[in-house]
Design a binder for this molecule. Structure first.
Ligand code: THU
Length: 142
C-alpha cells in the first residue's frame, strides 16, 4: 500500500537523521555521543544530540533535546522516535527521557540504532509500562 511505503520511507529518514545528529553531540566528559530524531504528528522531524556540561548534572540527553525543540516549535504529539549511537550496542533511553516522551504520547514506536546500523524496534509502552501521564493530572483517567 502506498501509505505503508511512505511510512517506511519516513522511518528510514528518521533513523538517518538520528544517525547524523550524534555527530553534533557535545560529549567531552562521557565520550558517548547520542543522536535522536522525533517524528511528530505534523510529519515534521526534529533532531537532538546530548549536550554535556562541566557541571555534570546539567547534561541534557539527545531525546529530550529533540522533543523540546519540537515542543518549542508548536508540536504536541510524538509519532515515532529514533535514537542512534556510534557504538556496537544500541542505547536505550534513560528513565527521565521515557517519562518526557510519555508526556507527549501514550505510545509510539521507538527505534534504537547501533553504530553498524543494527536496529531494535520497541515502543514507549514497553519501555515505560503502567506510566503516570498527563491524563491523570487532567483528571480524565485513561
Ligand atoms: N544519553 C543520552 O543522550 N541519551 C540516552 O538515552 C542515554 C544517555 C547521554 C547523556 C550523557 O551525555 C551520555 O549519554 C552518557 O550518559
Amino acid at each position: 500500500m502506498m501509505r505503508d511505503r511512505l511510512d517506511r520511507d519516513k522511518i528510514e529518514e528518521l533513523i538517518r537523521q538520528a544517525q547524523e545528529s550524534y555527530r553534533n553531540a557535545y560529549a567531552p566528559y562521557s565520550q558517548y555521543p547520542v543522536g535522536a530524531a522525533i517524528l511528530f504528528a505534523s510529519q515534521r522531524i526534529f533532531c537532538g544530540c546530548n549536550v554535556e556540561n562541566a557541571s555534570y548534572g546539567l547534561t541534557i540527553c539527545a531525546e529530550r533535546n529533540a522533543i523540546f525543540q519540537g515542543i518549542a516549535t508548536g508540536e504536541r504529539l510524538l509519532r515515532a522516535v529514533a535514537i542512534a549511537v556510534p557504538t556496537p550496542d544500541p542505547a536505550y533511553p534513560c528513565g527521565a527521557c521515557r517519562q518526557v516522551m510519555r508526556e507527549f504520547a501514550q505510545d509510539c514506536p521507538v527505534f534504537l540504532v547501533s553504530g553498524d546500523g543494527r536496529r531494535i524496534e520497541t515502543n514507549l509502552d514497553a519501555l515505560l509500562p503502567h506510566a503516570f501521564g498527563p491524563e491523570f493530572k487532567q483528571g480524565q483517567g485513561e
